[in-house]
Design a binder for this molecule. Structure first.
Ligand SMILES: Nc1ncnc2c1ncn2[C@@H]1O[C@H](COP(=O)(O)OP(=O)(O)OP(=O)(O)O)[C@@H](O)[C@H]1O
Ligand SMILES: [Mg+2]
Length: 518
């Protein structure tokens, strides 16, 4: 073939192709064109060593949760752990900020690609965006763009994706969502309708700054609590295997101002859970209590503050005798009694709330009760399974004091005067001061660290002196009381010996003799 003939043939071929394309565009409706392209893509996939998974944004008319999960996972993985890395340096990321969220997230721009590594296997994600051609009839308006992710993975690694990678992404995305979103604080109020549809809880955004870093408490104890929370949150399999409801109870007890409420806020922030602050005095009866419980969501902390003040929870099935001991009252064993007048939430109702069949509806729930007086609580309420962990929030000790100094004054231990530190260490425990009181001194002087420390040392020393004085006075009073008691006993003994009926009184026969005389 002559050269000129070759070029003529090629030109006519290109011309034909262009002609076909024009015909294709003119004659075939967009759906057919799309289908044709689809077939071509499929053909490519058949002969490739890769498998492709399409995850479209809208599945029929429903939003595809998996699309959202992948988007969130990829967007945060870029920034959070660096698990995702771009193969091309010129991958373009779009920035988003969800309303009310404090963090900016990164997303893949249209038709960009990004690689991810999972269990040593590299996969490729492509964000595919095409214009939606026809607005087919739908009850719901469809977005103009058709978006989706295509996951490209080696054929030999297909099982990995189906078995664990997608589950991993869904789990991770939920975690990210919880971390990004602000938490809600729910509370109940009296007289709210409790029918099936209405929600008995009012909610507000929960933005408490307390975290485990800001919490002043024994570091060992703090570590144990954090570990316990972590194990709980990731323990679905364990709870399933052992046949236990996926819930955990914490009892926080200690004097006012020792950080019980702050610890609850830190727990919620740590796990990303919502808080249900249950006002027990507003609940009219046990069935209302149960309904409230049913309307709580999973991944939440249900809090009852000052449980000893909310309802009378003293010793189920026991009545206190005059001498301070308890006597058994079978009438109360079903929990029918011991409620406050005007409230019919009973101890039994509360016990069922925390450990009954209803307590596990929704799963992954944490119950936290707080009290200033643990000794007032019924042992049934305190037992493991209801309150699994009892956490004492006590007066400020030296390690907690150091945390407060660091948080409020930005003072590290090695930046402080050794003598002052020693002084503080010596008297802080004896001063019996709450973290709330220490915080108050530090806040007052936060602009001048030296002054703050000086004033704190003074306050601690003053408290030690005051405490010593009051202990001395108490001792004296007790000794005085004892002396008075001895004198009274002596007097009584004397009178008894003088009395003609002395044997009856001393040996306790008085009642019998009197009966006989009658
Ligand atoms: N352990 C602590 N660590 C850090 N701050 C604390 C701690 N304890 C108390 N505070 C500070 O004191 C204030 C009161 O603390 P919080 O409300 O947590 O005490 P509480 O034990 O719940 O008291 P109450 O028994 O009266 O409810 C908080 O605003 C917090 O700033
Ligand atoms: Mg509190």
């Amino acid at each position: 073939m002559k050269m000129s003939d070759y070029w003529t043939t090629m030109a006519s071929l290109v011309g034909m192709l262009a002609f076909c394309q024009t015909i294709l565009q003119l004659v075939f409706p967009p759906e057919l064109r799309l289908a044709f392209l689809h077939v071509l893509t499929r053909l490519r996939h058949v002969f490739s060593s890769h498998t492709y998974f399409d995850i479209t944004e809208i599945d029929g008319v429903n939003t595809n949760e998996l699309y959202n999960a992948v988007q969130l996972y990829l967007s945060s993985s870029v920034t959070v752990n660096g698990a995702v890395s771009s193969r091309n340096n010129n991958t373009r990321l779009s920035l988003t900020r969800v309303p009310n969220s404090s963090s900016v997230t990164f997303g893949l721009s249209n038709n960009d690609r990004i690689t991810d590594v999972f269990n040593g296997v590299t996969v490729l994600w492509e964000h595919v965006v095409v214009q939606r051609q026809v607005q087919s009839f739908s009850w719901r308006p469809m977005p103009e763009e058709k978006r989706g992710f295509t996951l490209q993975i080696n054929k030999r690694d297909k099982d990995l994706v189906l078995d664990s990678y997608l589950d991993y992404i869904v789990g991770k995305s939920e975690e990210i969502r919880r971390r990004n979103e602000e938490r809600l604080l729910y509370t109940n109020s009296r007289g709210v309708s409790l029918d099936v549809r209405s929600h008995p809880w009012d909610s507000v955004r929960f933005k408490h700054p307390s975290t485990f870093d800001t919490l002043a408490m024994d570091p060992e104890k703090k570590k144990r609590i954090m570990e316990d929370l972590r194990e709980f949150a990731s323990g679905q399999g364990f709870y399933q295997k052992t046949g236990r409801a996926w819930k955990r109870g914490y009892l926080l007890y200690g004097p006012p101002g020792t950080g019980k409420s702050s610890l609850i806020a830190a727990m919620a922030n740590y796990l990303g859970y919502d808080i249900y602050d249950l006002e027990l005095t507003e609940v009219q009866n046990n069935s209302e209590l149960r309904k409230l419980l049913m309307k709580t969501s999973s991944k939440s902390i249900i809090v009852i503050e000052d449980i000893d003040c909310s309802i009378n929870l003293t010793k189920r099935g026991k009545n206190k005798k005059k001498n301070g001991s308890y006597e058994y009252d079978p009438g109360l064993i079903n929990g029918s009694g011991l409620e406050e007048p005007g409230s019919s939430v009973t101890l039994s109702g509360l016990l069922n709330f925390t450990d009954g069949l209803w307590s596990c509806c929704g799963s992954e729930k944490i119950f936290v009760f707080t009290t200033n007086h643990i000794e007032k609580l019924d042992s049934a309420l305190l037992r493991s399974g209801r309150m699994d962990m009892h956490i004492h929030m006590g007066f400020c000790k030296f390690p907690a004091l150091k945390i407060l100094l660091k948080n409020y004054l930005r003072l590290e231990e090695d930046e402080m005067d050794g003598v002052v530190l020693e002084e503080m260490e010596e008297c802080v425990e004896e001063a019996e001061i709450t973290p709330a009181d220490v915080s108050e001194v530090l806040i007052r002087n936060r602009s001048d660290a030296v002054k703050a420390v000086r004033e704190l040392v003074c306050v601690l020393k003053e408290r030690v002196v005051k405490r010593k004085k009051s202990v001395g006075l108490k001792k004296k009073k007790e000794e005085g009381d004892e002396e008075e008691e001895d004198e009274a006993d002596e007097e009584q003994e004397k009178r008894a010996l003088d009395s003609p009926n002395r044997n009856r009184e001393v040996f306790g026969f008085q009642d019998e003799e009197e009966e006989k005389e009658k």
